[in-house]
Design a binder for this molecule. Structure first.
Ligand SMILES: [Zn+2]
Length: 378
């Protein structure tokens, strides 16, 4: 498999149609005409990861944060990014990023956090601004079920917590094969009348190519009669942040302890004395956003969350969030490192003959200072 082919597979698993406008998801750099040797996943490309990938036989690095994020005007050795690009290329490696598209996937950054605490009734805090598509395709009665199954298998028919959604109505189709046609049924220059199903499915726009390919493979006609329509309806399962219900109500401190233990870090949270309402009640609904998600706090509040877990919370966020929403800050890397294992799990089945490894290099550039560590001998 070439790197270029691996990139195609990754683009399907992490569609760029889900990324934010400012982002740079997808292929980053490298020679796509080289053979793939192995894939290493991590949070950021760094020198240690490149060296480890070389030692362990991987030449494609898949990270959450894009190495190339801000545009480069020249490529010298002046910055960390420039030096890393040189090193990657010198080692014959390629880099690929799944960033805000991984944030927006229900089983991405926030899905992993939500899985940790078994959140129920999950919804994104801010739905992606994309319109669903509707595919309408006409198929002979005898082939309707085969086509329907093929469309579902390619990802069509997903609507929130429902899959395999479709609608079909029977009618009569006609066609006349003309010179040069090679019809599946009928004769040249004679009008054919066929009992057909008008089959309708919804799909997210980034699945369009794969769904149309599946449709063409499963449809018996030489010229497939279909329409693709853009809907007003948005894709409900995709978006930034996540809100959900805890499997059982918890006291504030129990929940904070659980979060700190899961993420392996201390937490900073709103001044709890001001939160008399929260302190007196149990927590049943929480919102979260891995990475820098503090600006979504008002969406968390509007969604009925009592606690909002994210990172990079500023002073004014703590002030503005008020008494009804407890802001809880864990580190940026701490809230995103859990997704690395998920990325590995998403990729692995599609590269069964290649090693998909997680980097063992420290992925968190920031550490907490602990007084106890300085207190030698006691
Ligand atoms: Zn991040």
């Amino acid at each position: 498999m070439l790197i270029a082919e691996a990139v195609q597979v990754l683009d399907r698993l992490f569609p760029k149609g889900m990324q934010q406008d400012y982002d740079a998801c997808g292929f980053q750099c490298g020679r796509t005409s080289k053979d793939l040797q192995g894939i290493m996943v991590g949070l950021d490309v760094n020198e240690g990861m490149i060296q480890e990938a070389e030692q362990r036989g991987c030449n494609l690095l898949v990270t959450h944060h894009p190495l190339l994020f801000h545009p480069l005007r020249n490529l010298g050795e002046g910055t960390r990014v420039e030096r890393l690009v040189h090193l990657l290329l010198e080692k014959g490696m390629s880099a690929y990023a799944a960033h805000t598209n991984l944030d927006a996937m229900p089983n991405g950054v926030n899905g992993v956090l939500a899985d940790n605490w078994g959140l129920l009734n999950r919804q994104p805090l801010e739905a992606l601004k994309v319109s669903l598509m509707q595919l309408v395709v006409y198929v002979p009665l005898a082939h309707a079920e085969t086509l329907r199954s093929a469309l579902f298998a390619s990802g069509a028919g997903a609507l929130g917590n429902y899959g395999e959604a479709s609608f079909g109505v029977q009618g009569t189709g006609t066609f006349k094969p003309l010179e040069g046609a090679n019809p599946y049924l009928g004769s040249l220059n004679l009008r054919e009348v066929v009992e057909e199903i008008r089959l309708e499915v919804v799909l997210e726009p980034w699945k369009t190519q794969q769904v149309l390919e599946a449709m063409r493979r499963a449809h018996p006609y030489e010229e497939v009669p279909y329409q693709l329509i853009s809907l007003e309806q948005s894709a409900p399962a995709y978006g930034l942040g996540m809100v959900g219900d805890l499997p059982r109500p918890m006291q504030v401190y129990e929940l904070l302890n659980l979060i700190a233990k899961t993420l392996g870090c201390p937490l900073r949270h709103s001044h709890i004395v001001a939160h008399t309402i929260i302190m007196q009640s149990t927590i049943s609904r929480i919102a979260l956003c891995g990475g820098a998600g503090a600006d979504l706090w008002s969406k968390a509040k509007a969604a009925g969350a009592q606690v909002y877990l994210t990172s990079e919370i500023k002073h004014h966020h703590f002030l503005d969030a008020g008494d009804e929403l407890l802001l809880v800050e864990a580190g940026h890397a701490e809230t995103e490192i859990p997704v690395i294992e998920r990325v590995q799990a998403i990729i692995q089945p599609f590269f069964s003959t290649f090693a998909i490894l997680q980097t063992s290099i420290q992925q968190n550039p920031a550490q907490y200072f602990s007084l106890r560590n300085e207190n030698h001998g006691s």
